[in-house]
Design a protein around this ligand. Structure first.
Ligand code: RBF
Length: 165
């Protein structure tokens, strides 16, 4: 296993037995679509079956934590439990304090959900100062950064398989 840098290793995890939920917000649609596609592409590359990737949406990033909890519970009731959830949102700073409050509360609650649900809940939220920053992190600007959705897909498979939770 060659270590490439902090957080980046070559080891591939096998996601073939996993069921992964993607819950995305609908604000900043073009960027969201690219991030969701990146996550799906990586999950499939790591062996997750297309039929085991369940995609739902919520209005905005603020709805991601509670939406994730309801999503988890709904799948459990259907006896099709999720092994990990990737909540995906794009927050872009505006001219009021909304950005700061939504970033703070969403981040705190998504972190807490890992412990409450006892499955990995990935941090798939971009918190950007400009739309351009978000586009770069969604792989939409040629030659600038990469699609972070792929990282979130890889993190979900690694976390759901590595420790056998
Ligand atoms: N949701 C996002 O996912 N990204 C945003 O950048 C975003 N900006 C918002 C800015 C304002 C002023 C408001 C009122 C809402 C914004 N939302 C955004 C929506 C928010 O996450 C939530 O869906 C709504 O506040 C309804 O609870």
């Amino acid at each position: 296993m060659a270590v490439k840098g902090i957080g980046q290793v070559d080891k591939k995890y096998d996601g073939s037995n996993l069921r992964i939920g993607i819950l995305h917000a609908r604000w900043n649609k073009k960027i969201i679509d690219s991030l969701v596609s990146g996550a799906i592409q990586k999950l499939i590359e790591l062996g997750v079956k297309e039929s085991n990737i369940i995609i739902e949406s919520v209005p905005g990033s603020f709805e991601l934590p509670f939406g994730s909890k309801l999503f988890f519970e709904k799948q459990q009731k259907k006896q099709q439990p999720l092994d990990a959830i990737i909540p995906i949102g794009v927050l872009i700073k505006g001219s009021t304090m909304h950005f700061e409050y939504i970033c703070e509360s969403t981040t705190q609650q998504l972190m807490k959900l890992n412990f409450d649900l006892n499955i990995p809940v990935i941090f798939g939220v971009l918190t950007c100062l400009t739309e351009e920053q978000a586009e770069a992190r969604a792989g939409l600007i040629e030659g600038k950064m990469h699609n972070h959705g792929e990282d979130w897909g890889a993190a979900a498979v690694e976390m759901a398989t590595k420790f056998g939770v």
